[in-house]
Ligand binder design. Structure first.
Ligand code: ADP
Ligand code: MG
Length: 151
């Protein structure tokens, strides 16, 4: 599987990369975000929201699991950290198949419920504020998306 890498030196650069990526997104796109606590998943999502022309402040939905925002496309922002051990079906499908863009923090925790095709972005902490973003596209749509972003 082809991977793409992008390095950032501070939170602004991570947000800016996400903002640029957002311009290429289409209805029904799903992005899985992986990385430790404090890696930058929510920071990335804030930048993505800006790129989707969302005016409201995006905050971590840790306690609410899902938050919806209106922009150029709707954004469904999920943080499934707390639903980890419940196999409860929270109706994620409706979001994945909806007209918006879905971003899932800690996506692997609901692995069985994820769509087959998606873009996974791993965020690795390096020294100080450096982060390494690794993009792993699954399926034709996301391979194409990565080519567009990195061209
Ligand atoms: P997560 O959602 O993965 O738990 P957050 O985005 O909430 O992480 O927090 C990331 C923290 O790391 C923020 O305080 C942010 O300012 C800081 N940070 C420092 N450098 C970076 C970077 N290069 N990219 C993203 N966040 C960074
Ligand atoms: Mg977070």
């Amino acid at each position: 599987m082809q991977q793409y890498e992008y390095k950032t030196k501070n939170s602004e650069e991570t947000a800016q990369f996400a903002e640029r990526l957002a311009r290429f997104l289409k209805p029904g796109d799903v992005i899985a975000l992986e990385g430790d606590l404090g890696a930058g998943k929510t920071t990335f999502t804030k930048g993505l929201a800006k790129g989707l022309e969302i005016k409201r402040t995006v905050n971590s939905p840790t306690f609410t699991i899902i938050k919806e925002y209106r922009g150029r496309l709707p954004l469904y922002h999920m943080d499934v950290y707390r639903v980890a051990d419940s196999m409860e079906d929270l109706g994620f499908d409706e979001y994945f198949e909806g007209d918006g863009v879905t971003v899932v923090e800690w996506a692997h925790l609901i692995e069985e419920q994820l769509p087959e095709e998606l873009l996974t972005i791993f965020i690795y902490r390096e020294e100080e504020d450096n982060r390494r973003l690794v993009l792993e596209p699954k399926g034709e749509r996301y391979q194409q998306l990565c080519k567009e972003i990195f061209s």
